[in-house]
Design a protein. Structure first.
Lengths: 147, 108
């Protein structure tokens, strides 16, 4: 009887610790992972479309149209990540950082008033590659991620 | 570093010497860090400053690259937070499972 009581108290303590513990993060989500890879493709294409070596020429309305469509994709991914997040908000933060990066790149292109040079394209793409790499590796380090 | 050092020293007056020295020290300090992201940041900033001095990128592009690096580091820190929280959860749950399945059974 005493042992059962001890076990009961122990279980309650563990349950309280787990429920009240804000230290954990949301588990792996395949859609969130897929969103990172899709957003990366959209982001990289911005540079491939409007930089030296591309077939495209400077066209502000075409760039704006492309970026408006891309912005909606980032917004959808952000809202999805937000809906799955724990209180630590690491999922939505990962998307927001990429979204901010895309907007900054869009503004750089608009302010440039011409297609980007090969040098800036290469340096920017290197940063973007690393940034998405961290976002994806973060997702893959979550509990229940595929091995 | 010597190339950047030489180029920077030829691009301004003596009044800027302190800023230049501090900048070079900070870059050198970052490059010698054992944490790869800090080392990578030092190397990249050195490269971008060289590109700016040589006129291969303009001021707006340099600023864009530096802000981009800032966001990359934010992403790195976020991924580290996810990794630590996930490891903590795995370790904690494994420990609880061990106690529930083995230790309590053995004691009781």
């Amino acid at each position: 009887m005493v042992a059962k009581a001890k076990f009961f108290v122990f279980s309650i303590c563990i349950a309280l610790i787990l429920n009240g513990c804000a230290l954990f993060t949301s588990h792996y989500d395949a859609t969130r992972h897929e969103n990172f890879t899709k957003l990366k493709a959209v982001h990289v294409k911005l540079f491939e479309n409007w930089s030296e070596g591309s077939q495209k020429v400077w066209n502000e309305s075409e760039i704006k149209s492309y970026c408006e469509e891309a912005d909606l994709k980032f917004r959808e991914a952000y809202e999805f990540a937000k809906s799955k997040d724990n209180s630590d908000k690491t999922g939505q933060r990962a998307v927001k950082i990429l979204w901010d990066e895309f907007n900054a790149n869009y503004n750089l292109l608009l302010n440039n008033k011409k297609i980007l040079s090969k040098t800036i394209k290469e340096e920017m793409l290197s940063e973007i590659e690393i940034n998405y790499g961290y976002a994806i590796s973060g997702e893959l380090s979550r509990v229940n991620a595929p091995q | 570093m010597s190339t950047l050092d030489e180029l920077i020293k030829t691009t301004g007056d003596d009044a800027k010497e302190l800023i230049k020295t501090t900048l070079l020290e900070l870059i050198q300090g970052a490059k010698s860090e054992s944490e790869s992201v800090a080392k990578e940041t030092g190397e990249k900033i050195e490269k971008w400053l060289l590109l700016k001095i040589k006129g291969e990128i303009n001021s707006d592009e340099l600023e864009a690259l530096l802000n981009s690096r800032k966001r990359t580091i934010q992403q790195f820190l976020n991924s580290q937070e996810i990794s630590i929280r996930s490891k903590l959860e795995k370790v904690t749950l494994d420990l609880i499972d061990l106690i529930l399945n083995k230790v309590i059974g053995a004691i009781i």
